[in-house]
Ligand binder design. Structure first.
Ligand code: UDP
Ligand code: MG
Length: 334
């Protein structure tokens, strides 16, 4: 495979969406934590269409540490997972670590992840020792976690945590995927030869608010389940089969009753209850089918998944080896 001239040992990929309040604190902890590791690194920030001052703060940081900093700028908001994928495209390291911008994942843990990768693992997930989120998030996430584990066959103990390290082999494969709705840790897990997990600390958000509403969390979980499993669809086929069987038996019983004991007219409301229950199930089934169909539709339209407006990087670090300018501005479609 083609390798770029400058290949750092470690790439950090950080999606940023309206994080102006916390970025300074992030820089203050992230860069020292990386410097002590004594390896060559780069930090790839992906601005996911922030509407606040994040872009100028990132650009300023790029000017201060342009030797190790690169900034990918989206033209709009495409979501955390698309931002991470764009970061993967840009990253050149042999080890790639993803991190949230809000300091919930302590940058000091990066060293532990890197150590694990060096032991021969190409996917190092992490489990939050004590999760510092509001209670309903923690419980809902636990519930989804166990449901997802059962239907997708992906062994991620703590799916909501983004602090993870991936080997170059995994990232190269992820870069070849063109999925519109995806969940990065699960996708990468699929390609890992030798996955493992470690326990890490988790902190409260340093500044600003969570960028996820209840609605977007539900959407994300749908992406996770429908993107990695057909079990929900099969569940409905199975339900359909069982129901047909049960109603066939019911018909047989009614026929026999009619023949030997006469017609039946009671039980009207029981009938209502049963048919409302079935109607609910059918609606849910159609909705679920729609989730898959909608995703197929988005996929076949094949629109660009995200649009990179510009990349701030040192000319010597750029892929085309252009040494004339300091910043490279590209308009790319992926
Ligand atoms: N994020 C993003 N685009 C979005 C939403 C979030 O790039 O549309 C980033 C955000 O800036 C942060 C990370 O994804 O770096 C995780 O977001 P957040 O902390 O709000 O999620 P939570 O920790 O509440 O799950
Ligand atoms: Mg967070």
């Amino acid at each position: 495979m083609h390798r770029e001239p400058f290949t750092p040992e470690l790439s950090i990929v950080i999606p940023v969406y309206n994080e102006e309040a916390g970025l300074a604190a992030l820089f203050a902890r992230l860069y020292p934590a990386l410097d002590v590791l004594e390896l060559s690194y780069e930090v790839v920030f992906v601005n996911d269409g922030s509407r606040d001052d994040s872009v100028s703060i990132l650009a300023e940081q790029f000017r201060m540490r342009s030797d190790v900093t690169r900034v990918v700028l989206f033209n709009g908001n495409y979501g955390q997972h698309m931002a991470i994928l764009a970061g993967f495209e840009a990253a050149r390291g042999e080890i790639i670590v993803t991190l949230d911008a809000d300091l919930q994942n302590p940058p000091e843990e990066i060293g532990n992840l890197v150590m694990k990768v060096r032991e021969g693992y190409d996917y190092v997930g992490s489990i939050r020792r004590k999760r510092q989120d509001v209670a309903w998030r923690t419980y809902a996430s636990k519930l989804m976690n166990s449901l997802r584990e059962r239907i997708t066959n992906i062994k991620i103990t703590d799916q909501g945590n983004m602090l993870r390290a991936y080997g170059r082999n995994v990232i190269d494969l992820v870069n070849r995927c063109a999925e519109v709705n995806t969940f990065v840790p699960a996708l990468a897990y699929r390609f890992a030869r030798n996955p493992t997990e470690i326990i890490v600390e988790h902190e409260e958000r340093a500044a600003g608010d969570s960028k996820y509403s209840l609605y977007s969390l539900i959407r994300l979980n749908f992406d996770l389940v429908t993107g990695f499993s057909l079990v929900p669809l099969q569940f409905f086929s199975m339900m359909g089969m069982l129901m047909s069987l049960a109603s066939a038996i019911l018909v047989a019983v009614l026929v026999l009753r009619r023949l030997f004991w006469g017609a039946e007219a009671e039980g009207l409301f029981t009938l209502f209850a049963i048919s409302f229950f079935f109607m609910g199930m059918i609606l849910f089934g159609i909705g679920l089918l729609g989730e898959y169909v909608g995703r197929i539709y988005q996929q076949v339209r094949a629109r660009p998944r995200y649009v990179v407006q510009a990349i701030l990087e040192q000319a010597s670090a750029s892929k085309d080896g252009n040494v004339a300018g300091v910043e490279r501005r590209t308009v790319g479609r992926h």
